[in-house]
Design a protein around this ligand. Structure first.
Ligand SMILES: CC(C)(COP(=O)(O)OP(=O)(O)OC[C@H]1O[C@@H](n2cnc3c(N)ncnc32)[C@H](O)[C@@H]1OP(=O)(O)O)[C@@H](O)C(=O)NCCC(=O)NCCS
Length: 141
């Protein structure tokens, strides 16, 4: 499903493997927490989320990495249920906000989030990777 989400937003490579999920999502240094949603005992959706920090108000936040529902299961409240489950965990551990990024071309997701009551700013999410990341790291004092 995580590879299908990448396909959906045009990210190539299908990088997720069971071994990678095992290595990155479990154990004391897990990079994310995952929840899956089931309909009739079949897994039909997932979220990845983890700790963030809201520097606007200097308080803990939750960062949503990924949300996906398989096409056949859409429109039945599964995505809403997953978002509600992450919101419950966000509140439970004392975070003031739940945040995420969305591709601006992903009109369906934008409408889904609008119905949740989500509001956005024109912030862009940038990244540095590969040789450029190494060059920046090499410049560390
Ligand atoms: C976005 C996504 C997770 C929504 O999941 P879902 O299970 O279909 O959503 P729900 O059934 O819980 O819908 C909740 C509400 O959003 C609305 N909604 C959901 N998808 C919508 C869409 N594509 N366009 C318009 N409204 C939509 C529903 O009608 C419902 O509204 P209501 O509460 O007023 O009835 C799912 O379509 C998906 O996996 N899309 C592809 C992956 C993706 O874009 N993920 C987000 C990456 S940022």
């Amino acid at each position: 499903m995580a590879n299908d989400l990448n396909d959906h937003v045009g990210i190539p490579g299908r990088p997720f493997t069971p071994e990678g999920i095992q290595a990155d999502g479990f154990g004391p240094l897990a990079a994310f927490t995952a929840l899956v949603a089931e309909l009739d005992r079949v897994v039909v959706g997932y979220v990845f989320f983890g700790p963030g920090y809201n520097t606007d108000v200097a308080a803990r936040s939750m960062w949503l990495h990924d949300l996906f529902v398989t096409p056949a299961a859409r429109g039945r409240g599964v995505g809403y249920g997953l978002m509600a489950a992450v919101a419950a965990e966000t509140v439970r551990i004392g975070c003031v906000s739940l945040e995420w990024g969305v591709h601006t071309a992903n009109a369906g997701a934008l409408e889904f989030y609008r119905r949740l009551g989500a509001a956005g700013t024109e912030t862009r999410i940038l990244s540095v990777a590969g040789d450029r990341l190494r060059a920046l790291a090499d410049a560390a004092p």
